[in-house]
Write a protein that binds this ligand. Structure first.
Ligand SMILES: [Zn+2]
Length: 406
């Protein structure tokens, strides 16, 4: 538009006008910020909040920070978790898909678990490990944040039920069968190669053994076929630790479609909603796809030293379309309308989705905003408690009870 203004003075006026518009936009963004009511704050504080998936272990493995104190970066630290009323974030023992071929996944998983034990060891007044629902409740009663653990990617099982037992003993209480590529257990939603057309023979056996030993089966990340096979086999309820609703992101297999959500509900399971904008919003999804295409065109991967600066530049030229809290609430409404309140949880993916979190849900201090949003939509306190933890703890208890008798 500036080319229509060859007079300097006019150009200045336009700039001044643009500055005014920018200020107005900033003000309106600020106006979108939510102030949770006393009721929402109390509910968040008095209710156990379980989050299905937070990537602290990998974050601090990558770049160590003491999350028992306030940290500048990241989405999680103790003071912010306390502010948000968070009580039991599942710490993700994340194993990148490349370890399936390279080996070393058992070592990495053990190191990441060690790091959680070290965190609790350094701050035993703030954190407690949690290997059971009873541990979560005990930590809550003692005013500590419980740290249950889930393994994201079953690669470290390495086809061995001894490894499964080892990781159970170390405290792993769910396993996401695969991550971004097919492994020896399951196909992945992100991987076009359908190695097994669902689960491998070992994967099918593993689901049975996970039931028997008391590890929740997590179907986030797997292909649709793998989900359908797992839900047929699993005698205990399953979880999607951090998935959202495909209806809002057409064609994105990483999210669950309505038929799958119904099957998961029949199984007694819970879908824990991922907050990442590209999981909840079509616009953010498209932005992601376009960004990935550009990375591919430039032959860039995240391990490339130039990737970070490219991403920064790309974001400057193509502002990221952050999702709104409202849209996250739409996902929750959708599950409630489809299968009822008993099958919804939250799996934010904090520390795992970078700078893509929705407005008003930027870090672990913001759960009261979610609670406020639910209250505004007429959810009862009892229903909100189910979403915050009741449903997931019910599933976990059932998984414990099934294993106790098998
Ligand atoms: Zn994930």
């Amino acid at each position: 538009m500036f080319r229509y203004y060859n007079n300097k003075q006019e150009s200045k006026t336009v700039k001044a006008k643009l500055a005014l518009i920018a200020t107005a936009l900033l003000t309106s963004t600020a106006a979108l910020a939510i102030t949770p009511s006393e009721h929402a704050l109390t509910l968040a504080k008095d209710t156990i909040i379980v989050d299905g998936h937070i990537d602290v272990p990998y974050r601090i493995n990558d770049q160590w920070e003491d999350v028992s104190k306030a940290t500048d970066g990241g989405d999680f630290d103790y003071p912010r978790a306390v502010k948000g009323g968070l009580n039991a974030p599942f710490m993700s023992i994340y194993i990148p898909a490349s370890y399936e071929a390279s080996g070393g996944s058992v070592l990495l998983a053990n190191k990441l678990i060690d790091s959680m034990e070290a965190l609790v060891g350094r701050a035993p007044d703030k954190f407690a490990l949690a290997h059971s629902v009873a541990d979560v409740e005990k930590a809550f009663a003692e005013g500590k944040i419980a740290l249950p653990m889930g393994m994201e990617n079953g690669t470290p099982i390495e086809g061995s039920l001894d490894n499964l037992r080892h990781f159970y003993e170390r405290g792993i209480r769910y396993i996401t069968l695969a991550h971004s590529q097919a492994n020896h257990i399951s196909d992945s939603s992100y991987d076009l190669r359908r190695k097994w057309n669902g689960l491998s023979d070992f994967g099918k056996k593993l689901v049975v053994e996970m039931n028997n030993i008391g590890i929740m089966v997590d179907i986030s990340h797997v292909s649709d076929d793998a989900f359908y096979q797992a839900v047929e086999i699993s005698k205990a309820p399953m979880i999607a630790s951090h998935s959202s609703i495909r209806q809002f992101t057409p064609g994105f297999e990483r999210n669950m479609n309505d038929d799958m959500i119904k099957k998961l509900a029949e199984n007694g399971g819970v879908i824990m909603i991922n907050f990442g904008s590209s999981f909840v919003s079509k616009q953010a999804r498209q932005w992601n796809d376009q960004f990935s295409n550009k990375m591919e065109e430039k032959d860039l991967s995240w391990s490339d030293p130039n990737a970070e600066s490219f991403s920064k530049q790309y974001r400057q030229n193509n502002p990221y379309p952050y999702a709104s809290l409202k849209l996250v609430l739409d996902h929750i409404d959708h599950v409630r309308d489809l299968v009822g309140i008993e099958h919804i949880g939250i799996g934010s993916d904090y520390d795992g989705v970078g700078d893509s979190l929705p407005q008003n849900l930027k870090d672990v201090s913001t759960y009261p905003n979610l609670v406020q949003g639910l209250l505004d939509r007429g959810y009862s306190d009892a229903d909100i408690r189910k979403i915050l933890s009741g449903n997931l703890l019910r599933v976990w208890r059932e998984v414990e009870a099934y294993a106790a008798t098998h």
